[in-house]
Every structure is written in C-alpha cells, then in structure tokens.
Design a protein around this ligand. Sequence first.
Ligand SMILES: Cc1cc2nc3c(=O)[nH]c(=O)nc-3n(C[C@H](O)[C@H](O)[C@H](O)COP(=O)(O)OP(=O)(O)OC[C@H]3O[C@@H](n4cnc5c(N)ncnc54)[C@H](O)[C@@H]3O)c2cc1C
Length: 386
Amino acid sequence: MSEVLNLPRPAWMTEDLVLLEDQARRFMAAEFVPHLDAWHEAHMYPREVWTKTGAAGLLCASMPEEYGGAGGTFAHEAVIDRELSLAGFDTFGGPLHSGIVAPYILNYGTEEQKRRWLPKLATGEMIGAIAMSEPGTGSDLQAVRATARKSGNGYVLNGSKTFITNGQHSNLIIVVAKTDPKQGAKGISLMVVETDDAAGFRRGRKLKKLGMDSADTSELFFEDVALPAESLLGIEEGQGFYQLMKELPQERLIVATQAVAMMERAVGLTIDYVKQRQAFGKPIIDFQNTQFTLAECKSEATIAKVFLDHCIERHVKGELDTVTASMAKYWLTDLIGKIADRCLQLFGGYGYMDEYPISRLYRDARVLRIYAGTNEIMKLMIARSL
Ligand SMILES: Cc1cc2nc3c(=O)[nH]c(=O)nc-3n(C[C@H](O)[C@H](O)[C@H](O)COP(=O)(O)OP(=O)(O)OC[C@H]3O[C@@H](n4cnc5c(N)ncnc54)[C@H](O)[C@@H]3O)c2cc1C
C-alpha cells in the first residue's frame, strides 16, 4: 500500500528504520499477503509463519543482539507492527510476542532466564503468550484466582485463563498468578511456563470471535502443573503487578500503532474503491459526500498519526508516561472504529461482504477498544491525572 497520509517521515524514523520498513513490506507482500484469504477461511494461520518471521529477523527486533534479537528499540517494533497492519495481517500475534512477552523477560528476568528464552523467541522456535485474563476477571487484575503455590523447590500452578492471544501456538506462557492468595496486588507474581511436555497443562477451545478470525485466541487450563523455582520471573515473589504496570505503556502503544496503521489502510482501500465504482454514470468519488467523508477520514488519520509519532518518539527516549499512553490507546482505537465505519459505508453492499478487506478490517478493529485494557480503564487512568 502506498502512503496515503500527507506527512513527512517522522523524526524517529532513522535510516536503518527506513530500510527495515522496506524489508518488512517486501517480506510480508511475498510471504503473507498471498495467503491471508486462505488463513482467514481456515480460521487459523499456520505455525510456520512464526519461524519464517523469525528467519527474516522480524521477531524480537528490539531485543539485544546478545540474546538473539536485532539490537533495535521500540521504534523497530513499531515499524514492523505498522507494516503488519498495512498488509492486512492484524491477526498475527507477533507484536505481542516481540513487544510484550520478550520485554518482560528482558526487563525482569534473571540472566539465566534471558539466555534460556529470548534467543528461542527471536527465532520463533518458542512462541510467547501472556495469560492475565480469567473467566471471572479481566479489567480487575488484582482479582485473578490462578495460584502458584510453593511446593518443594518449586511451585504448583492452578487456574483457568481465557481470551489468550497465541493460545494454540504458544509454548512459552507468562501466567499471572497469586503466589500469596491472601494479598491483592502484592500477592501477584509472573510465572513463565514452558508448556511443551508440561503435565497438567491443557489448551481449551480456539474461540470463535466477531473478528480477527485467523488469530488463535484461546482458553488455557493449568491443573497442578509442577514448575521449577526458575519459572518465577525474576527472583522475588509478589512483583507481578508492579511489573505489569511498568510494561503497560508499551502494550498500549502497540495497540495504538495498530489502530493508526488500520486507519491508513482503511482510507487507502476506500480511495481506490471509490475511484473505480460507478453510480449514476460517474465514479462515486465525484459525489461531494464521498469527497467530504474521505477528507474527514484522511484529516483525522493524519492528526492521529502525528500524535502517535509524538508518543513513539517519547517512548523511545524512555519518557512516555502512563497517562499519555492511555490517551493514545483510548483515542486512537476509538477513532479507527469511526473511520472504518465511514469507509465501509462508501463500499455499499460490498463493504458488508466478507471477501472485501474493508469488511474484515471493520470487524478486526472492534477489539482494539477492548484488549490491552478497555478504553474505560484508559479513561480511569487519564482521570487520575485531572
Ligand atoms: C481478541 C482478544 C484477545 C485478547 N488477548 C488477551 C491476551 O493475550 N492475554 C490476556 O490476558 N487477555 C487477553 N484478552 C482479554 C482482554 O484483555 C480483556 O477482555 C479485557 O481486559 C477486558 O476484560 P473482561 O473481558 O473481563 O471485561 P470486564 O473487566 O468484565 O469489563 C466489562 C465492561 O466493564 C467495564 N469496566 C470494568 N471495570 C470498570 C471500571 N472500574 N470502571 C468503568 N468501567 C469498567 C469494561 O470497560 C467493560 O466495558 C483478549 C481479549 C480479546 C477479545
């Protein structure tokens, strides 16, 4: 897709990021785009997507080279995440794997944990997931019921998780569990579970969803899963909630990046469509309503991208605060909903047909307001700064 917004390259886009953008775009056009329809129909993309992406150097780009990464920053992840959405592969769990799971291990893991897991995440040999949500609680993380109880030299993990991205493919799962169930936030720890051969671990259903059809969002069950002591992320119990809170700005920014790239794609797809579709003897772009609608969408997407770029630049410098990251997540994911809706309308009945990319984009975009903390939770965070 060509650039549809009237913006120069953002200041954070260094020369190596321009090269990365080009490489990622070509790789995705060759390896992913031709298969997206088939994966959509199958309601699942294949395991080899991970190893191919790893081999192309597009997993864990922000991890240090000594741990198998590309030695980049969050800007590298943002470039790759944007390309995924521009290519229409929003269902891929790579942004979560590289931008959320790997950073937990890098930022809080022991040296041994980093050496054990990060290189395998970078190649795609291991696929990461983060299991916070449970059937009984999502927004209220302090209320998680999963437990990791001390047993001998290790732990025994019990609990049910739901809505977990990469739920079918993942084999390295960070599980949010209570090591001290009597406490709230202070009782929470992050347990890293290697699921290959883990007795008592079971994957539940791959959930049927409104959108994101080829994503393997699933239920997970842990029944008396014996874990070695080294499964505790870091060395101290009770740090989980604090670790989650520290990483949330990046998680929110990843979703905001996805939202803006989806706006660019929606506007681009719609401009192409209205130029070739005819009604009343002329292309529908000739109607003033079409022009005004797209003028509004393009303006709003442009403003959105300027704010996103501001946030990315601050985050790369280590200066992005939780309130601003929450604003980005809330406002940009709300906006993609509005833009996708108006763009779809310009496709008429074809916009409602599954085979048209705008239809999928519209459905896929809905979850952005829900996951990574609902937009209501974002407003709570922002309201605390008033
Ligand atoms: C496709 C998909 C992928 C996901 N991937 C993951 C994943 O990989 N890992 C993971 O752990 N989770 C994942 N989730 C779960 C997601 O993070 C949760 O659905 C989300 O946090 C909301 O939790 P909930 O569904 O329990 O809703 P609830 O917490 O029950 O909220 C229901 C409603 O109440 C509102 N609400 C709740 N508390 C307040 C409050 N204090 N003030 C005002 N309103 C409030 C919410 O905003 C929402 O509108 C995923 C979800 C989906 C749909």
